[in-house]
Design a protein around this ligand. Sequence first.
Ligand SMILES: [Zn+2]
Length: 287
Amino acid sequence: MNVDELIAIDVHTHAEISCREPEDDYANEIEEQKKKYFKSGSPPTIQETCDYYRERKIGLVMFTVDTEFEIGRRRIPNEEVLDAAKANSDIMIAFGSVDPHKGKMGLREVRKLIDAGVGGFKFHPTCQGFYPNDRMAYPYYEAMAEAKLPVIFHSGHSGMGSGLRGGGGMRLKYSNPMHLDDVAADFPDMTIIIAHPSWPWQDEALSVCLHKPNVYIDLSGWSPKYFPPQLIHYANTQLKTKMLFGTDYPLITPERWMKDYEAAGFREEVKPLIMKLNAIKALGLDR
Ligand SMILES: [Zn+2]
């Protein structure tokens, strides 16, 4: 990534459609609900996303989310995201996503992705149906920590399944960021990024981030207009080196996020940290 040329680094974007595999029409009610909840149209391809970010001089981290165990929907291949990152290495970093329920076979994939050059990994406790501090996931974390790669975890409420019968079978409890405190204590040298304002557990996220030097918070998934006041307060003060710009693209565009951010009460001197400098450290781009 050509960090010096970029005005910002977005640490949280999604690969939403594959150009290599036909769309899986399984669990369509969850997909339909997601589109309604997030008021999103048809998603861009990975290459379209890269072109869009390059035009705006914004770097991006992109990942698929492996929900094959909990939801049963076929994921976009990690390799497709990784190949795109290689073809767009000036602007893009690929994170891998492997469901820890896949056990040793999944661990082999984690190792393969590390060898192939992923820049980190993404987990979604609610969509993957596991507590982040479940020992089941620890061999995965060991491999990631050894490779010095950052790991991002969805936290808080999930738009996925919202309003569906039984929430589509998904459980919110897994995404309480307090479970990440165990992971941060047990893997003190692994960078952990708590994704999103963690509502209804915002204070838990701030506490873990304040307590554990290896924990960061990404500000994706919500317009800054709706950020809880304590999140902005800590971003301006004690946690100013731990907060990261992220959008959740394509659900929120960088334009929309940045416009609302300007008016949300962040101090001028912390803005460059949030937009780029903290990410350089969290993603290990300074190594
Ligand atoms: Zn996301």
